[in-house]
Write a protein that binds this ligand. Structure first.
Ligand code: MN
Length: 283
């Protein structure tokens, strides 16, 4: 099974991707199949991917700046994972392991590669179940209106690590129906790509063990985290007050483990990002 990552032109995503792939190769071997879906045009990024021997699929998303409202453009790259079923380079893949670039592999995800989800498998996010302003969402597709009742209370699955059944999404154009739902409901939902997956696929999502998507702020992330997900503060985010309460437990040792994958010049650049934040922080 291929491990798939998605980036756009944010240079910090590139740094995250490099560490994600290096750690994948350390635990799975240097020939572990992977693919980076890239929705940008920056020659320097392509050069770095080439140097790093990361295969690239250049892709123009359907959920683009025209169909996604401007207030989400700052993080528009997060929607890319929703379209993996349409990426030509993945047309032969029935199943893929999608990972956010802000992950660190600490053990081979052999168990994930063996999974054959009906639609998709994801780990639960450690949030309380919640309710939503809408008790149903509707959308129109190819002349019909569809209504999706919300599975209240909603237990959210994290979109940071997902085993996708791409074959299933391609069958009967389900992917196009889902993208119609996304375009028409992105303004009504809370949490971007993740909510779109949770609300549309609801009870079809099967739960993964939390060790496959462990945030560093869990007290047992060092012992239990097989894939650590820097959900919240990224490894250079050491200053922003907003995340003070998330830089706890295993954040610091896992940040060190992440930094250890960098070459000296790369590390210097990341430390400079951290210093910028420390300077901005007022006593
Ligand atoms: Mn993430």
């Amino acid at each position: 099974m291929k491990t798939v990552f998605c980036i756009d032109d944010n240079p910090r995503y590139l740094r995250l991707l490099q560490v994600a792939v290096r750690s994948l190769r350390r635990v799975c071997g240097s020939d572990a199949p992977c693919l980076c879906v890239y929705a940008g045009d920056d020659a320097r990024i392509l050069e770095t991917l080439d140097r790093e021997r990361i295969p690239v699929a250049r892709y123009r998303p359907q959920l683009d700046r025209k169909s996604i409202p401007p207030r989400f453009h700052y993080c528009i790259g997060c929607f890319l994972k929703l379209e993996l079923a349409l990426v030509p380079e993945l047309a032969e893949e029935e199943y893929v392991l999608y990972c956010d670039v802000d992950v660190l592999f600490r053990q081979s995800p052999t168990e994930l590669f063996a999974r054959r989800p009906a639609y998709m498998d994801m780990a639960r996010e450690n949030t309380a179940p919640f309710f939503h302003d809408y008790d149903k969402l509707d959308y129109e597709w190819r002349g019909n209106v569809y209504v999706i009742p919300m599975p209240f209370p909603i237990w959210t699955f994290s979109s940071g690590v997902v085993v996708f059944n791409l074959g299933r999404l391609r069958r009967r154009d389900l992917i196009y129906s889902f993208l119609a739902f996304c375009r028409q409901n992105v303004e009504r939902i809370g949490n971007l790509d993740q909510s779109l997956l949770n609300y549309f696929f609801g009870k079809h999502i099967v739960r993964l063990d939390p060790c496959w998507n462990r945030p560093p702020y869990h007290s047992d992330a060092l012992t239990e985290g097989r894939i650590v997900h820097f959900h919240g503060p990224k490894p250079w985010d050491v200053g922003k007050r907003l995340w003070d309460e998330l830089r706890i437990a295993c954040y610091w040792p896992l940040r060190d483990a992440w930094l250890d994958y960098l070459a000296p010049d790369e590390r210097e650049e990341v430390e400079a990002w951290s210093d910028e934040q420390r300077k901005l922080r007022t006593p």
